[in-house]
Ligand binder design. Structure first.
Ligand SMILES: [Zn+2]
Ligand SMILES: [Zn+2]
Length: 386
């Protein structure tokens, strides 16, 4: 069966390449995936599956199992990025300034391929399969939550998703139990005092020393407040105050990012950060504003889901090519919300090929994938569903 699946998926290579290139040429930004969604829905409809639109351009389609019970979901994201593609290829993006530089064209193609392949094995399905085509992964708050609120996981027992990874050679698959991506948040702080002449500081309330103190104090959040061994990052990446040498400014503005893998650590940092801002402002007689924008939650893979991915991937690419202790990435991904609602896992599909010069990172203007990863993704997803 496994050999048969892999052979059948490999026989689809030309069709898969055409699908991917067709989607690659018409990339669309988050929440504007009109042609993309229409193309995917048409291909799904050709297989005799009913398309149900749920949220934005997102839709689901069910492949029922006449001889099975339960349902597994496969998710693909559809949006592209505001990047001008610099690859000189025949299927280059036709939309100047927009391109599939995160490879979501690959993810859609894998889902379409799995749907096409699994319709052939409908009688052997132990459970039904739901294909979820999600808009807006790149733009928080993201499409996952919208689709979940509209019921995309109703009747689903498990959910799986993948991301191509050009840093891994084609043929390799990786995942890990627990946190796989970081929660990537943004903070903004404004300290407001009273500006004046730099020669008469006693008549002003200077926000600069307070801001400088705060930068130092924020560095102690990770070193003094977070339990040793728990990963966390606090980076102040912007400090803006003042205009020239002889004026004390009215305000100082700070900005930065927080990356964490566990909600209690994240909550602790938010609480302590707010307390520090308030205390420093008060000590200097300043007013303060503190804004904290939560990015996507961290993807936390379920043990059972990782075991299922490992079994499926081992059957397709061999145990020596499957890494189940992948080191968590600091990327953000809204697949996290599916895994908060249902068991399952997210995994990475090797899409790089150094010998062919395909190794540019995700979100680079020269990013590309080795298209021979497509049938492997299809076969693993199909195996997970069977
Ligand atoms: Zn991306
Ligand atoms: Zn992506």
């Amino acid at each position: 069966m496994t050999d048969e699946l892999l052979t059948a998926a490999k026989e689809m290579q030309e069709w898969l390449t055409t699908q991917r290139r067709t989607l690659h040429m018409v990339p669309e930004l988050s929440l504007h995936e009109f042609k993309t969604s229409e193309h995917c829905a048409n291909e799904i409809a050709k297989l005799g599956l009913k398309v149900t639109r749920l949220w934005g351009e997102g839709f689901i389609a069910d492949l029922d199992a006449p001889n099975g019970t339960g349902r597994v979901a496969i998710r693909a994201d559809m949006d592209a990025l505001p990047i001008h593609e610099l690859n000189d290829v025949s299927y280059r993006s036709k939309h100047d300034g927009v391109a599939h530089m995160c490879g979501h064209d690959t993810h859609m193609t894998v889902a379409l391929g799995a749907a096409k392949l699994l319709t052939r094995y409908r009688d052997k399905l132990k459970r039904g399969v739901r294909f979820i085509f999600q808009p807006s992964e790149e733009l928080p708050p993201g499409g996952a939550r919208g689709l979940i609120e509209k019921g995309c996981l109703d009747g689903v027992d498990e959910v799986y998703g993948l991301h191509n990874n050009p840093e891994m050679e084609v043929g390799r698959i990786a995942t890990c139990v627990g946190a796989m991506t970081a929660a990537a948040d943004i903070f903004e702080i404004k300290l407001t005092g009273r500006g004046g002449h730099a020669s008469r500081p006693q008549e002003s309330l200077d926000p600069i020393p307070a801001g400088a103190e705060l930068v130092g104090m924020l560095q102690t959040l990770v070193s003094r407040r977070v339990q040793p061994g728990k990963p966390a990052v606090v980076s102040v990446t912007k400090f803006h105050a003042g205009t020239t040498h002889n004026i004390i400014p009215d305000d100082a503005n700070l900005m930065g990012t927080v990356r964490t893998y566990e909600e209690p650590i994240r909550a602790l940092i938010i609480e302590e950060m707010e307390r520090m801002v308030k205390a420093v402002a008060s000590a200097h007689g300043l007013k303060h504003e503190f804004k904290y924008l939560r990015g996507y939650d961290s993807i936390v893979n379920h043990e059972s889901g990782v075991a299922a991915v490992a079994r499926a991937a081992t059957a397709i690419v061999g145990a020596e090519n499957v890494d189940t202790s992948f080191e968590p990435k600091t990327w953000g991904e809204d697949f996290s919300y599916y895994l908060q609602a249902r068991p399952g896992a997210f995994f990475l599909l090797g899409s790089g090929n150094k010998s062919r010069g395909i190794h540019e990172p995700l979100h680079s203007a020269r990013f590309n994938v080795d298209e021979s990863c497509l049938p492997l993704g299809v076969a693993v997803m199909a195996k997970l569903a069977l």
